[in-house]
Design a protein around this ligand. Structure first.
Ligand SMILES: *Cc1c(COP(=O)(O)O)cnc(C)c1O
Length: 431
């Protein structure tokens, strides 16, 4: 054993990791070197993509000056939006701290494109939980349903693939917008690759060329070499306290898409007549911009953490989605425990490993927008940020934890080791 390895073992021991857990995890890590090398290459490409967009758009120190009040002529905001458009290969982008979260960004996208009498179609099954209230699947104040916008859904087939026949049937004269969620969210289905999303969009556009295709891109940014906007999506949407904020963005959401889609969204975000011209940035532009710069490497660390977790819990006999050998299209790792105690222990480990609030014990609670109790472990610099190491899941069968993030691979690794340590201490597993 070399000196570093010895020092590492001592460190981990002083930080609560027992010898059996340390050695088990070291053994698993060794099996992942080839996959990690692939992740490194993708990050390198995406880093160049982001850097090129910053250079091409002449990002300068003047862009970092804060604006207040109406925020007219905010050069930093305008430059960042051009950079986003270039990175995601779209005509235009709206990137704003006034977009409060991912759900808000998605609601903005839907409400700006759809008009009374239009129909929204999800060809990939049930959308993310919080969107049920936006759409009106669960009745809610101000939902699309209240504005006379109908909704149709085509579930995935049992094997997680698209139901082409019923998607074709569901398209009708009212269909205005098709929403495609890239990441599985709180569902046990596969996450779609950009290639699969491209095929789905092509199928839809062949049958109804004027329909708008929107992709909920949350958790997918920079995982692959291309983004859904480069395979036909008219609009992609996401949160800045996930992948593209690189852990530094303290708030915000983005929409990237065609000129018309972004214009409609801007008039909805602020006001008809004002659109994108207003919206002071209050000094957050440096964090949003630097966060985007770091995002490809931050996503790389999170991806390695997800692969490490998959390999560990798969080796222990739990169902993990995706599997440790499967190709990856987002940073989420699901582990099904079928046992509330193990699920809670996992979350306790993630929490104990956090840089912030490590002394807190996570407990299940009734979170707004969700229909069962949820347990969350997070000790983040940015409240609720899930590009930072975090785990959560609804307290119901299959007692699945959704694990994501880690601003560095080293921290993600320690978090997962700590989760295993806490489960090991319950006596319910043997390693
Ligand atoms: C996180 C997420 C959302 C909602 O974002 P919030 O910031 O939590 O409101 C929507 N869709 C998917 C797939 C997500 O992962």
């Amino acid at each position: 054993m070399n000196e570093q390895k010895q020092r590492l073992e001592q460190y981990y021991e002083s930080m609560g990791i027992s010898k059996p857990v340390f050695w088990f995890c070291s053994k698993i890590e060794k099996t992942l070197q080839e996959r990690f090398a692939q992740v490194d290459e993708i990050a390198e490409c995406n880093q160049m993509k982001v850097l090129k967009a910053m250079r091409d758009n002449r990002l300068s120190e003047a862009c970092f000056a804060p604006t207040t009040g109406y925020g007219y002529n905010d050069v930093g905001r305008e430059t960042l939006e051009k950079i986003y458009a270039d990175v995601f290969g779209t005509e235009d982008a709206l990137v704003r701290p006034q977009i409060t979260c991912g759900t808000h960004a998605l609601a903005l996208a839907l409400m700006s494109q759809l008009r009374p009498g239009d129909e929204l179609l999800s060809p990939v099954g049930k959308p993310y939980d919080t969107l049920e209230e936006v759409i009106g699947i669960r009745p809610s104040n101000g939902s699309l349903a209240e504005y006379g916008i109908s909704y149709r859904q085509v579930d995935l087939l049992a094997d997680g693939s698209f139901d082409w026949e019923n998607i074709e049937k569901a398209l009708n004269e009212k269909t205005k917008l098709v929403t495609i969620q890239r990441s599985k969210g709180y569902a046990s289905r596969p996450t779609f690759s950009v290639e699969q999303i491209g095929k789905l969009i092509a199928f839809i556009k062949e049958r109804k060329p004027e329909v708008l295709c929107m992709v909920d891109n949350c958790y997918g940014e920079f995982v692959e070499l291309t983004e859904p906007s480069q395979v036909g999506a008219d609009l992609i949407v996401g949160s800045l306290i996930k992948n593209p904020g690189g852990g530094l963005a303290p708030i915000g959401g983005y929409l990237c898409g065609t000129r018309e889609c972004i214009e409609r969204a801007a008039y909805r975000l602020t006001s008809p007549g004002l659109g994108r011209e207003v919206g002071a940035t209050l000094g957050v532009t440096p964090a949003l911009t630097q966060g985007l710069f770091l995002a490809p490497t931050v996503v790389k660390g999170a991806l390695k953490g997800a692969m490490f977790a998959a390999a560990i819990y798969e080796a222990l006999g739990f169902t993990v989605i995706p599997g440790s050998r499967a190709s990856r299209h987002d940073i989420i790792q699901e582990v099904e425990f079928h046992d509330p105690d193990i699920m809670v222990a996992f979350c306790e480990g993630i929490q104990a490993a956090a840089p912030v609030d490590s002394f807190v014990k996570p407990e299940p609670w009734d979170m707004p927008g969700y229909d069962s109790k949820v347990i969350m472990a997070a000790g983040a610099f940015v409240s609720g940020s899930s590009i930072e190491l975090s785990a959560d899941g609804p307290m119901k069968e299959p007692y699945a934890v959704y694990f994501q993030g880690g601003l560095t691979w080293e921290h993600a690794k320690y978090g997962i080791m700590m989760s295993l340590q806490k489960i090991y201490e319950t006596g319910k597993i043997h390693i």
